[in-house]
Design a protein around this ligand. Structure first.
Ligand code: FES
Ligand SMILES: [Fe+2]
Length: 335
């Protein structure tokens, strides 16, 4: 049984889509190798806390109830807010001094953006050092969602991202007719990968060639914001936007979620081809999954001169592993 030797990188990670968490809803989750509870307060704020009650250890996500801005434990009714403070011990004469004016559960900074609830994970609870990119398409009445997909995969975050710069695998795994060209631009926590590949040609009416005879070159740029979020827009007469998120369940397992959207007023032909491309991208990742599931991470791979910018990608990704340098801060505030 393979195990990755890579730790969980820090960054913003999707923990739910916004519409999966209604007001006062409580969900048990397991990400970052931790039991967690996600809830939405009465005023609509999503909160993510470590799951176990500091009183006698009940899981707040199994039977916990939202009271105002706090969650009440199902076992003895103690209440905790988004800052991890105990806000009520309903049957005590006095609040235990140990937790008076002090947080007693760790929480995670949250950004609710792009119709997605993102949580900041850092192994030492350091505060966020970058923000999540806002993409207008997932929250706009001018765009409509065209699909969402989810996979749980035995791999780690770094390995799935490496797929985008590993140009040789496109021929062998995805049956591309020739190797694409990939360029990456790196800027801090951002990475833009531009892939130029040979794709079915499109005529002046927006119709893609299905005979396998006419081809053209097309460039697709994918932006990564930290280790956990990427987005791209296919724009070839039809328009299709995609946000991909990847969230570590633990060191060796990830949850990958994709959501697609197109302009609401896209005509029928364009909408048809956008759907063809969407289905194709989803089908293609199905070919990656078995490779990811069974491969090991090679820390010192033997690369050849046409393998693409794998080393450059790894160097960029390395910034998201905690080097133990900065001063740790206990961070409990969720918003
Ligand atoms: S275990 Fe949570 S209130 Fe007792
Ligand atoms: Fe792939």
């Amino acid at each position: 049984m393979k195990k990755t030797s890579l730790p969980i990188p820090f960054g913003w990670y999707a923990v739910a889509f916004s519409d999966e968490l209604s007001i006062k809803e409580v969900k048990p989750l397991y990400f970052f190798a931790k039991d967690l509870v996600l809830y939405r307060t009465e005023t609509g704020i999503p909160i993510l806390l470590d799951a176990f009650c500091p009183h006698l250890g009940a899981h707040l996500g199994h039977g916990g109830e939202v009271h105002g801005e706090s969650i009440a434990c199902p076992f003895h009714g103690w209440e905790f807010d988004g800052d991890g403070m105990c806000t009520s011990v309903p049957y005590a004469k006095n609040m235990p001094t140990k937790i008076k004016d002090k947080p007693c559960i760790d929480g995670y900074p949250i950004r609710e953006i792009n119709g997605t609830i993102f949580a900041w994970y850092h192994p030492r609870k350091l505060a966020p050092i970058f923000d999540v990119d806002e993409v207008p398409y997932l929250n706009s009445p001018d765009w409509k969602e065209t699909g969402r997909y989810e996979w749980e995969i035995n791999t780690c975050v770094q390995e799935t991202g490496e797929n985008g710069v590993d140009i040789a695998h496109f021929v062998y795994v995805h049956s591309s007719i020739e190797m694409p060209k990939a360029e990456i631009q790196l800027k801090g926590h951002h990475r833009v990968t531009t892939m130029i590949s040979k794709v079915p040609a499109q005529d002046e009416n927006g119709v893609l060639d299905t005979t396998g005879e006419k081809w053209e070159k097309s460039a697709l740029s994918t932006t990564s914001c930290g280790p956990g979020m990427t987005y791209q827009t296919f724009d070839r007469g039809f328009v299709l936007f995609m946000q991909g998120t990847i969230t570590p369940i633990d060191e060796s397992r990830v949850s990958m979620r994709w959501i697609f959207a197109s302009p609401a007023d896209q005509d029928e032909t364009a909408a048809f081809f956008a759907k063809v491309v969407q289905d194709n991208v989803v089908e293609q990742v199905g070919h990656d999954v078995p490779i990811w599931e069974h491969k090991i991470y090679q820390p010192n791979p033997i690369l050849c001169d046409s393998d693409g910018p794998i080393a450059k990608y790894r160097k960029w990704f390395n910034q998201f592993y905690d080097d133990g340098d900065s001063t740790p801060v206990r961070l409990v505030k969720s918003n």
